[in-house]
Design a binder for this molecule. Structure first.
Ligand code: 5MY
Ligand code: ADP
Length: 291
């Protein structure tokens, strides 16, 4: 039985007659192919990447496992459509806090149409993509049993300033994400820190990007996830970094992916700052939506 994913935080979403991804009960995530070049480009990426023996295992684990494509009844009721069959990254989580960070100051592939480039340029200029080299595309933060998740509207997220981004990266690892008081960053060391935490994983990814010159990852997202309840119970937080959205990957032609690498370094810097000074909140107050 296919259903709408409970923990999707950005991108095209199913529901209300819209076309979006679906999940099943066995841990698979079905992403419909967009009818334009994006769909075929993402299939081409996964097909070539999954058979590329030069990708080391410690890097491959950042990517969802690819199980091919499958014709499925689309979520918008338009009939049978080809879907990418991927590993559902949220499958093993109960109440995952998830953040989608779109990396790069430039989110368009140089081969894109002029109209598409203009549309992306506008968003890159109006968001933190330009000043920070990345923007938060969406997130959900689990607070507790009573309040559930804080999952702000896309409009609020797209309006984030650099200070908002710094603040949300703190809230993401705080027990009081929705409070008007300073985020306590009480999960920072267990989620961002440690030998297997998010910072260590981002640094591992960075080392690969400092080296690889075959692919340029435009408009690709880093997904950061962890389980707050597991961390509270003293178990591992299961902090994970993954990469998604490969519809705009281009050939690297022997050149470092400066666009991705720059954004990744910027994200690493902000996460590191939280670990070194968890008490210094850059801005006070909350980012809650108006009632
Ligand atoms: O149209 P929008 O403004 O919702 O843009 C979508 C983006 O939302 P954003 O505004 O960047 O948060 C959306 O970004 P996220 O996945 O939310 O990070 C995608 O970039 C999407 O394009 P594509 O399917 O990846 O080629 C974009 O969709 P298209 O409009 O290009 O189909
Ligand atoms: N393999 C996956 N498993 C679980 N969730 C995923 C997976 N791929 C994407 N997502 C969720 O869907 C969102 C949008 O994915 P993305 O591939 O960027 O879609 P789009 O091309 O529509 O922008 C991500 O922010 C994440 O929450």
């Amino acid at each position: 039985m296919l259903k709408i994913p409970s923990h999707q935080v950005a991108g095209h979403q199913a529901g209300d007659g819209m076309l979006g991804p679906l999940v099943d009960d066995s841990g698979r995530f079905y992403k419909p192919l967009q009818s334009d070049a994006r769909g075929s480009q993402e299939v081409a990426f996964y097909t070539s990447f999954s058979s590329n023996t030069r990708i080391p295992d410690h890097i491959r684990r950042f990517f969802p496992i690819f199980y091919g494509t499958q014709l499925l009844e689309a979520s918008d009721g338009s009939g049978l459509l080809p879907h990418l069959v991927l590993q559902d990254l949220a499958f093993n989580f109960v109440h995952p806090s998830v953040m989608d960070v779109k990396i790069g100051s430039r989110t368009w592939n140089p081969l894109a149409s002029e109209d598409y480039i203009q549309k992306c340029l506008k968003k890159d200029r109006e968001t933190t993509s330009l000043p920070l080299g990345f923007r938060i595309a969406g997130f959900q933060i689990y607070e507790n049993k009573e309040s559930g998740f804080w999952k702000p509207d896309r409009k609020l997220v797209m309006g984030f300033t650099v200070d908002d981004v710094r603040s949300v990266l703190r809230k993401f690892v705080s027990s009081n994400p929705c409070s008007d008081s300073d985020p306590d960053c009480s999960f920072a060391s267990i989620v961002y820190g440690g030998s297997t935490g998010i910072l260590a994983q981002l640094l591992e990814l960075k080392a690969w990007f400092e080296d690889q010159t075959t692919l340029h990852f435009y408009s690709c997202s880093v997904i950061m996830m962890y389980e707050k309840e597991a961390a509270l119970e003293g178990r591992t937080s299961g902090a994970e970094v993954k990469l998604v959205d490969f519809a705009h990957v281009a050939e690297g032609k022997g050149v470092i992916d400066h666009n991705f690498l720059g954004g990744l370094c910027s994200l690493i810097k902000l996460v590191s700052e939280i670990l070194t000074s968890p008490d210094e909140c850059p801005i006070k107050g909350g980012l809650r939506e108006p009632e």
